[in-house]
Design a protein around this ligand. Structure first.
Ligand code: NAD
Ligand code: IPM
Ligand code: MN
Length: 355
């Protein structure tokens, strides 16, 4: 198989962990006889520095004509005081919109060996295995207007969703549930928000198309609590953009670290983008100690969802598991008797497992 992959390292640890994914994919290409051509493009803060634009046109064009995109992370203190249109995060939102990546799939499955790395009790998190299906191109993130008024003394952010936008993400979630334990939890704030009321109505309407899937509705505040008190009660969670953002960082605690959580951002048909759920981690950037596993598992999701290379995806996930089972861990994963390794060492261990 011959595939063109665009790499968007971005900023901070994004630029450090993207190499890990590239190394692992190169090992996969040798082992399974594929050809992956990599092309680097700028996005985020580095793109602002190099092109005065967080999302240069060349980057959009390269992504559109690729077979898949891998993104590290964007953002950092250097650009935090920039005007809105010159913020790194604008680049990320822009590429999600440009590729119509409406569905963000964030699987949250802890590795057995890392049960102790979570601050949560092992008996609570053992066996947790859930998928957050987050709407990614609508809601508050893309509201118009979004602006300051009254000389900066008042602000407005707008939460808009169309029926079509909700229907397609809800369909995606039902379809995902069908491939798993067939249990869908829709998370909303229907006791307050009009957008959530329409969301809930649409989930109810869709139920009859998927009679094999059981559905329940949970308000987002209660869902936040239940995620850490009863995580095994969830299978697939479907929710709007901002709720999904917040709940997925929370859910990462089940796995021991935010540095473990991969994601797939998918279009209806078209190029997919794969990115860890974490950010550019300015507090550890430049030290070479970031956990590359979220990025590496995102590359596995790319093989699975964009290239239908299930065996290769499983090979990566199994290699990660074997390295963790040998007691290696990065600094974000608490361990009493483990062997502490840095980003490059962890990557090399995983690559060696693939040889
Ligand atoms: P963050 O996810 O970057 O970091 C949160 C905490 O988790 C930090 O303590 C960090 O050190 C730790 N962490 C995250 N990933 C890690 C990894 N792989 N290995 C080890 N530790 C890891 O969130 P933040 O600090 O709130 O945001 C920093 C910047 O990143 C901001 O500019 C934000 O906008 C941006 N951000 C970007 C993305 C993205 O590009 N997808 C996602 C989230 C945040
Ligand atoms: C994420 C990030 C982004 C989001 C930010 C950086 C815009 O937190 O991918 O989860 O909120 O979607
Ligand atoms: Mn986030």
């Amino acid at each position: 198989m011959n595939k063109k992959i665009v790499l968007l390292p971005g900023d901070g640890i994004g630029a450090e962990v993207i190499h890990a994914a590239k190394d692992v994919l190169t090992a996969i290409s040798k082992k399974f006889n594929h050809e992956f051509d990599f092309q680097y493009c700028d996005i985020g803060g580095i793109a602002i520095d190099n092109h005065q634009n967080p999302l240069p046109d060349e980057t959009i064009e390269a992504c559109k004509s690729s077979d898949a995109v891998l993104l590290g992370a964007v953002g950092g203190p250097k650009w935090d005081n920039n005007p809105s249109h010159l913020r790194p995060e604008r680049g990320l939102l822009g590429i999600r919109k440009a590729l119509d990546l409406y569905a963000n799939l964030r699987p949250v499955k802890g590795f057995e060996k890392l049960l102790h790395a979570s601050p949560l009790r092992q008996d609570i998190i053992q066996g947790s295995d859930l998928l957050i299906v987050r709407e990614l191109t609508g809601g508050l993130y893309f509201g118009q207007p979004s602006e300051r008024r009254d000389n900066g003394n008042s602000v407005v952010d707008t939460l808009t969703y169309s029926r079509k936008e909700i229907e397609r993400i809800v369909d995606k979630a039902f379809q995902s549930a069908r491939l798993r334990k067939k249990q869908l939890t829709s998370v909303d704030k229907a006791n307050v928000l009009e957008s959530s009321k329409l969301w809930r109505e649409i989930v109810e309407e869709k139920k009859s198309d998927y009679p094999d899937v059981t559905v329940n509705h949970v308000l987002v505040d209660a869902a936040a609590m239940k995620l850490i008190t009863e995580p095994t009660s969830f299978d697939v969670i479907v929710t709007e953009n901002m709720f999904g953002d917040i709940l997925s960082d929370e859910a990462s605690v089940l796995t021991g670290s935010l540095g473990m959580l991969p994601s797939a951002s998918l279009a209806e048909d078209g190029v997919g983008l794969y990115e860890p759920a974490h950010g550019s981690a300015p507090d550890i950037a430049g030290k070479g100690i970031a956990n590359p596993i979220a990025m590496i598992l995102s590359a596995a999701l790319m093989l699975r969802y964009s290239f239908q290379l299930e065996e290769e995806a499983v090979a990566i996930e199994a290699a990660v598991e074997r390295v963790l089972n040998q007691n290696y861990h990065t600094a974000d994963l608490k361990s009493e008797d483990g062997k502490l390794v840095n980003t490059n060492e962890m990557t090399e261990l995983i690559v060696n497992e693939l040889k």
